[in-house]
Design a protein around this ligand. Structure first.
Ligand code: GLN
Length: 244
């Protein structure tokens, strides 16, 4: 169910990250290797957010990544040192729209969710009461992922530490909706924050770059699987993997 990826490091083309590797996100859109909890392909849209001198810019579509005729050309000429991208397998009952595709965005933040909130939406109705009503009226889409983003964004706007905000969001949703799958991915373009709760995730660090991805996109031995129920904080020089 959904595959996502975040990169921080020296500038690379989007094609080098998303299209060219042997098990790229493009390939994962139609032949993922490690889908857990249902879903077979990720054909319900895709999105890429990349950092520019003017902050993050997004390109999202509600169609399969492989069918987008503009992406290969754009990806070949677009270079960035920080990227968050995702291919989507919509949870049953949730709409297939551009607004439902990650990355979600606020200021310098980009966010993605791989998983599902169990019992959506009634299980989390009480959590919604903590949000300003305007946040609820302006959700990007009527989906669990957009709601999770609203919960997390509220904490970030309140000045919370990003890693703590991520862990607190997983814990409150876990409590309200046990059995949820909550692989969250967040970046500000300098550091990557991620959780594992129910889905696969791998981390790759080399001397100057960090990649966090649902599935390794190549056979480089530097990839390390992240254990379930972990919180990852990583930038090109340091990283921590702690229990959630
Ligand atoms: N539940 C989310 C959605 O439908 C994410 C789906 C997924 O991880 N497959 O958008």
């Amino acid at each position: 169910m959904c595959r996502h990826l975040a990169y921080v490091g020296p500038p690379v083309t989007l094609a080098a990250l998303l299209l060219d590797p042997p098990h790229s996100l493009l390939r994962q859109s139609w032949a993922p290797r490690d889908m857990r909890g249902g879903g077979t392909i990720n054909a319900d849209g895709f999105g890429v957010g990349y950092y520019t001198h003017a902050g993050p810019v997004r390109y999202r579509r509600a169609s399969p990544m492989w069918s987008d005729s503009a992406l290969p050309e754009l990806a070949r000429v677009t270079t960035s040192g920080a990227v968050l991208a995702a291919v989507r397998s919509a949870t049953v009952g949730m709409p297939v729209t551009e607004g439902a595709c990650a990355p979600f965005h606020d200021g310098n933040w980009l966010f993605s969710h791989n998983g599902r909130v169990f019992g959506w939406p009634s299980s989390v109705a009480k959590l919604a009461e903590r949000l300003p009503v305007t946040d609820l009226l302006t959700l990007d889409a009527p989906t669990d992922a957009a709601f999770l983003w609203a919960l997390l964004r509220h904490r970030l706007r309140g000045g919370a530490d990003p890693a703590e905000a991520l862990a607190a969001t997983v814990s409150e949703v876990d409590a309200a909706a046990p059995g949820s799958r909550l692989n969250l991915l967040l970046t500000d373009g300098r550091r990557v924050y991620a959780t594992t709760a129910g889905h696969s995730l791998s981390l790759r660090l080399d001397k100057s770059a960090v990649v966090v991805a649902s599935e390794p996109y190549d056979d480089d031995p530097a990839w390390r699987p992240v254990p379930d129920r972990s919180l990852v904080v990583a930038d090109p020089t340091t990283h921590t993997v702690e229990d959630l």
